[in-house]
Ligand binder design. Sequence first.
Ligand SMILES: [Zn+2]
Length: 316
Amino acid sequence: MNKKNTTKIISLIFSLLVLVTHSSYAANANSDFVVTTITQNVYSIVSPSKGLPTPENKGWNSNVHFVVTEKGVLLFDSGSSESIGNKIKKAIKSVTDQPVRWIINSHSHADHWFGNAAFTNTAFEIITSNKALVTMKEHGQPSLEFYSKVTKGTIGSTQLVYPTVILLQGIKRNFGGIDVEFILSNDGHSPGDILIWLPKQKIIIGGDVLSSDWMPMITGHGNVPNLISMLNTVAKLNPTIVLTGHGKATNVESVIRDADLLSSVWKQVKSDYEKGKKPNETLKDIEAKLTLKYKLLYNDFSSEIERHVNLMYKLQ
Ligand SMILES: [Zn+2]
C-alpha cells in the first residue's frame, strides 16, 4: 500500500473514531465484561465506553450480543482485539457451557471483528457481507496499528482473522433451532453492514446502523439516504427490543427518532446545498428548528449536529 493510501485510511479510521468521542467516558481498566440477559437465550455484553480506544479502556469500546442455541452460541460481533475476544469468551461461559459456533461480523470497523481470533478453535463459520470483507482486508492492518498506538499497546497482540462465509441479501437461516433473518443495510453506516432479525423474539440486532443514547453514526463511507430507508424498514418490523453496536438496549422509538432526525437534516442540507448556501448557515437554521426537540433525546445532540451537517454537505 502506498503512503498516500495509508494516510487516507488512517485519516478515515480517525474520522470514524472521532465521531464517537464527544460522549465518551473512559472505562475502568478492570471493568468486568458483564453479561446482561435480554430475553430467554439472548444476551448482551455492553461496553461501558463508547469513545476512542484508549490505554484506560484497552480498546474495549463496543458491544457484542449472543444467542445460546441447542447447538452452540451464535455471536454477533467479537470486540476490538483478541484479548477482548477472550474476555468475551470467558463472560459467555458464565451463562452457558456451549462453545461459540458461529460469529457474525456486522461490519468492517475494527471494534466489531478484531476479537474473531479468540474463537477460531470452536467457530464453524465467521459470517459477513462481501463489501464488509473487502473493506476489512483493505483497512484491517492499518486499523490494527492505529489501535495499538492509541491504546499504548494495552490492547495486546491480535491476529487478524477474516470472515469465512459471505452473506447475500435476504438470507434466512436456522442456527440450532433459532430462526435468524439477515438484512443488509445497503451501506447505511459503512460498506456492507449487516443486521439480524430474530422474528420469533422480535429482536433486531443492528451493530452501528442502530443507536440508542447517541446520535446516528453517519460516516464518510456510508450512505445517509440508505441509512434512513433502512431505519424505516426496521421500524416497520416493529421490534420489541433493539440492540446496538454502542450503548444500551433500546426499542423501536429510537429507530423512529433516528429516521426522523436524519431525514429532516438530510432534506435541509440537500436543499440548501442546491441553493448554494454554506454549511454554517444551514447549521444555524437546523439548530434553531431542532435543538429543542432532540437535545433531550440524545446525549450528544449539541456537539454532533455540526458534524452531521458538515458531513452531509460533503456527501452531496
Ligand atoms: Zn462502525
